[in-house]
Design a protein. Structure first.
Length: 185
């Protein structure tokens, strides 16, 4: 008997750049201070949950006449927040506590990671950049990838916890890159 379990998985990479364009560093830990080492870079890489809405969005795209808004450059957004609870992330449709305004996807995104027939041809990359002045938040710990810029305005493809938490000042730039991999396993 042949069984197939298709899965969608994702990876979220969040990077904070300082005003000088370099990756910011966290405050050094006790051991880092003791040994004279700098703090860790402000980079968080986490797995995501493709939401119930996300599963429906992917199925809808395969229909002859899709009914849902495709998550594309003009209609794709990433929102960040500080309200991660860990409760029912698969059912989340938005961040729990939004920080700032949702950011539209960068001009050339989404893109495929690889060309058809080659490695990574099953990976779609989404990226949004929160420019300096967009955020001034301590403790960003959640993100959502959506086809709307408001809670309840559309569907969330994916939701993720950001750990360790990220702190962004008004002088910093926050870049959020989301890779969604479609697997037949």
């Amino acid at each position: 008997m042949l069984r197939e379990k298709s899965r969608i998985r994702g990876r979220l990479t969040v990077v904070v750049f300082g005003p000088d364009g370099q990756i910011k560093r966290r405050n050094p830990s006790f051991w880092q201070r003791l040994t004279g080492r700098p703090g860790s870079p402000m980079v968080a890489i986490n797995h995501n949950i493709v939401t119930n809405d996300g599963d429906a969005m992917v199925a809808d795209l395969c229909a002859q006449t899709p009914a849902l808004t495709k998550l594309a450059n003009a209609s794709g957004f990433i929102a960040v927040g500080t309200g991660w609870t860990g409760s029912t992330p698969k059912a989340n449709t938005w961040v729990n506590t939004i920080s700032g305004s949702p950011e539209a996807l960068d001009a050339t995104y989404p893109v495929l990671k690889g060309t058809f027939g080659n490695a990574d041809d099953n990976v779609t990359i989404y990226r949004a950049t929160f420019e300096a002045g967009d955020l001034n938040v301590t403790g960003i710990d959640e993100a959502v990838l959506s086809n709307a810029n408001t809670d309840g305005g559309g569907q969330a493809l994916a939701y993720a916890q950001i750990t360790p938490e990220i702190n962004v000042t008004s002088a910093d730039t926050l870049q959020v890159t989301w890779e969604i991999t479609f697997l037949g396993a």
